[in-house]
Design a protein. Structure first.
Length: 155
């Protein structure tokens, strides 16, 4: 079941962006007008997922074939996985991506795309997260496995 996280749109539309701010995670510092604020994405609640984000597929994020640009897909995957680990109450306060393996399965032309993160392992200083990305029609367009390091005291 898909429901909107806070009912507001992120990015340029002026809602809450899909990344924690200083009020959510004290050690996170993002400048105003950070690059993340230019994307049309939002948190969504997905049953069974540890965290999920939807991103609109608009002309400013597609490649010459009309599909979501691969580098931006990687940004989306990294963001949703990291957010899954920062999610209160038991989340880390800081994480750093140490490995990202991304498989592009189909072009993501029909949006929004939805990235769902599932924490596979959360240790004291590291974690592994699996992410699946589906298009608006439910097609699996990408999968990823990410490893993270949590600095000492990151929890």
């Amino acid at each position: 079941m898909v429901t909107r996280g806070n009912g507001e749109r992120g990015g340029a539309a002026g809602g809450r962006p899909p990344f924690p701010g200083p009020d959510d995670v004290p050690d996170l510092r993002l400048v105003p007008d950070h690059a993340f604020s230019t994307f049309d994405w939002r948190d969504v609640d997905i049953e069974g997922a540890d965290f999920a984000i939807e991103m609109d597929v608009t002309p400013r994020v597609v490649n010459s074939s009309g599909a979501l640009q691969g580098g931006l897909m990687a940004v989306l995957v990294d963001l949703v996985a990291g957010r899954a680990l920062l999610k209160p109450p038991s989340g880390f306060t800081k994480v750093a991506t140490t490995e990202l393996h991304l498989n592009f399965l189909e072009p993501a032309r029909d949006g929004p795309v939805r990235a769902e993160a599932h924490v596979l392992r959360r240790g004291r200083r590291s974690a592994v997260v699996r992410v699946e990305v589906h298009d608006v029609n439910g097609r699996l367009v990408a999968t990823a496995t990410l490893s993270f390091a949590a600095p000492t005291g990151g929890r």
